[in-house]
Write a protein of this length. Sequence first.
Lengths: 558, 220
Amino acid sequence: MTCESLNQFPDSVNFRRPASKVMRLERLGSAHPMRLSFLRILLRRVEQENWQFKRAVFDLDSNGVGHAIYSVTGPERTYSLVCFSHDLPADKRSDRVIATAWDATFTLFDGVPDRHDIERLEKNVPHQEAGRVSSRELTLSRANRSVRLFNDVVETLSQGNQPDLNALAKTGYLMRTTAVYGSGKFGAADWRTISDRPEMMCPFQAEMLSVWLIRSFTIDLVNHLAEAKGGNSSVKLGEAARNLLGVGNSTGLGMAPYLVKHPVLFNNLVMVREEALARVRSLKTASENQIEDFSKALGAAVENAHLWQSEHPVQVKKLTELRQGLADLSSYVNETMDWGTAHPWDALWQWGEANLQIEAQEALLSLLLEPHGSIIDDLACCMADSQTVFNQINGGMLIGQMIDLINDSYSWALDYSYKEQDECARFWYVSEDKLEPRLGERHSEPGHEQELPLDIGRQVSQLSGQLAGWNKDTPIAEFLLMHPQFRNIVRRLQKTINKPFAEIQDNLISADLMPIDMLRCKLAFFGANRFDPRSDRWVRISLFQGLPYPDELCEVCD
Amino acid sequence: MNAMLHNTTTLDLSMSELSALVLRATKGAGFSWGEADEAADACVWLAQMGAECVGPLLDVLLDKTSCAPDINVAVWEGASVICPLRSGIILRDFVNLPKGLAGGNLVIKQVQNWYFLLPFISNSAVSLGQNIVMKAGADTFNLFADGSIDELPEIPSAHAANIEITTTTKNEVHPPKVKLHRAKITLEQYEAISNLAMQMTVPTSNISEAGAGSSGSDND
């Protein structure tokens, strides 16, 4: 299926932002969740298809040790989150990938597991990377408690009281996942084997479903522990408190290279978002309902920015910009905006580009999409990368065509002097201990001989230099025969033809690279909010906060 | 090694696991990243066809005697036996060029571990839109323009053989191309390929270790 047939907004082409603006890392690192984020796509489907929800098993002792199973059933299939809950000593609790034990571990099972499945999973899932799952499992994940808040909530509920809502809002979750593996990791099913299912066609739907069901488990767990402690005196977590809680997530460098390693998928994600923005901007008028929905979304964004906390200097600055920007936006919308003007949404967008910092501009993008589901939600089906095995190099492409391709689409890569110390200060590598991506200091640490090919700009620059000495009518196959080390970048350049949003248009090995920008970009596409960096390469976020729970959105079955 | 693997003799890998492992192992064995990509694709193709994949790959990666062919002559050959990965890559790169299959049938002399050529020849058939007959010594394979292939035999010995590649006409419909979605490999193969993969890793430095995680406690 191509997206072209879906496009009822041919004018939108006139309102698209150029890749040279969109794909700068500073802007990508200011991305906000939006209605085309993966978790919102999942929830819309669940609601539209009237999925059923069932807490099939909840077998935990008074310490919270045991297992639980949560199932959801759509039109054709059932998926079950199998949860193993543990009693983890504080000294074992770490969010890092080097951890070997967690407060809870999970897998998303394809169907309804029987006793034999549970026995098999019980031997493997709690061990995470040190275990194996099978093609019946779609994800593997784990979570740690936000100890102080978790214990306070249990204690308060056990005494028959509701917890302090301000404290809940400040942290935003009771448990945070430290990894959610999918797509064939550790033996799980490959995404390609389930990508023909409508509910799994969009990216990361199995992962989002897992986290959504984990959210239910975290609530049930505190209620269970409170009851075990307080007996009849205890109460369950109230609705107001539940709504303030999402699922936290701790994410490190491991996620950063993903966007570079999947250029076609990355292009599709950004293209869909940008097309959505362009469609909204191309609208000639704004209806009262749309304006009202936009104002509601703006109000919620102002409140969220107020509650969003971080101590990291980078994020503190961004939060300041965001709060000021949203305040300015609110004033403009309430006092100055003329909704009767032609192309009012575009007028608002242009005001934002002229008057807001990047952080607030990207927030405005998300806000503009919010009231326009009827004209943009269909774009979600264009996000997946349907590429199959053997994306072969076109050896017949002439060197002159390759040079043109570089000049047309990768000229940004030629703007850096990669021989300067600061422009090649870093190198990406795979760590020996956990086989995870890491970032090294080229001029002071060993290992750059094993560098991962994530230095896209530098590779393009080197290729460009080498090609300059060749006859433009020579096929690239002849060049590669002499220089096989350029196969990787030649393949990439060919793969990204007509994919303007495939590349982060910055030097990914420079001294001033901020890896958290890459993390935030991807996490915003997940639908994450409350970005709270803990270092320049480690961030905590919240998922599903303020969104419906499975027992609110689905028909609940006994 | 994964602690849970001690009690098993074979491993059931997802295709993405196989691809990632082969990519790293091929790079670890000294090939370029681009060549490693091709090796990963080739292994996934073999596994999808229900064929042995990691065994032939290990033969290729551990063979230090083979080389790329000289293709500026009528019969492709080299100073020593020919590497199937490098010759397969060249075969595909030139598939639509006069030096390649578009220019006529080909003979490649003394290809070591020639079984590993099959994915590249199959892909060439798809690219050309023509069926291909491949003869390797006494063995003959039909590789079709729709990406399907005759039943593959047990993996032959790693001996070198002259390869004759002949294009024929496109013909009838064949069985589904992808037969399997999982790759079964022995624990011995897993250990061998993992050892190669480890050669492209780097010990984490203290600086990186300190910066990779949160600087604060996770018991908050």
